[in-house]
Design a protein around this ligand. Structure first.
Ligand code: PEP
Length: 249
């Protein structure tokens, strides 16, 4: 970790019940968290209000998605305005499940990011290659294209955290090695330097996601360009999530 405040996000995905989330919030409220870490959790939309009213203010709340523009006649969507209204500070955009299961493309995701930023939400901007793309030697190209779509759409990187999440590592138990992750994080930082600015490259946090857990976080956190984590499965267990938060070096 070398850039800015260590950042750890918990992506709860489409998991939980009122009961299980009550327990998770209570475990998070009693966890000891290092003070110099930004900690964020992303509950499913329907539980955000419950979490906001019961979770310690030490932990901020992210949504897992947001609509591309102002709310209105968009059945089934949730607007950025509504997310702000219920206390969200962040939104995860471009997650691999939305890209590859739901079919969101680079341009659509870029526009969502621009709108969320324009309304004052922070964006956790996810990028990452499929296994077949890695095997074909296209990892950097894919990440650069995804980054370019964000860069083309957003006016400023001040409120963006980049999450590098290789798709083959998400929910699979196959974590990237510290060397594999660091290699891509450096490439992302270089891309920012060459295509946005040296200042943005040196200030933007690049976090890693994909099968991070209490056992593998410490080695990853030691890497110079890994500035935190986006955690799926292990974020559903309060004590383990706290271990990951506290892996800050
Ligand atoms: C994620 O969904 O962002 C993620 C990294 O999931 P997991 O930690 O379960 O691989």
């Amino acid at each position: 970790a070398g850039t800015g405040t260590f950042f750890v996000g918990g992506n709860w995905k489409c998991n939980g019940t009122k009961e299980s989330i009550t327990k998770l919030v209570s475990d998070l409220n009693s966890a000891k968290l290092e003070s110099d870490v930004d900690v964020v959790v992303a509950p499913p939309f329907v539980y955000i209000d419950q979490v906001k009213s019961s979770l310690t203010d030490r932990i901020e709340i992210a949504a897992q998605n947001s609509w591309i523009g102002k709310g209105g006649a968009f059945t089934g969507e949730i607007s950025v305005e509504q997310l702000k209204d219920i206390g969200c500070k962040w939104v995860i955009l471009g997650h691999s499940e939305r890209r590859h299961v739901i079919g969101e493309d680079n341009q659509f995701i870029g526009k969502k990011a621009a709108y969320a930023l324009s309304q004052g939400l922070g964006v956790i901007a996810c990028i990452g290659e499929l296994l077949e793309e890695r095997e074909a030697g296209k990892t950097f190209d894919v990440c650069y294209q995804q980054l370019k779509a964000f860069a083309d759409a957003v006016p400023s990187w001040d409120n963006i955290v980049i999450a590098y999440e290789p798709v083959w590592a998400i929910g699979t138990g196959v974590v990237a090695t510290p060397v594999q992750a660091q290699e891509v994080h450096v490439a992302v930082r270089d891309w920012l330097k060459n295509n946005v600015s040296a200042e943005v490259a040196s200030k933007t946090r690049i976090i890693y996601g994909g099968s991070v857990n209490g056992g593998n976080c410490a080695e990853l956190a030691k890497q110079e360009d890994i500035d935190g984590f986006l955690v799926g499965g292990a974020s559903l267990k309060g004590p383990e999530f706290a271990t990951i938060v506290n892996s800050v070096t």
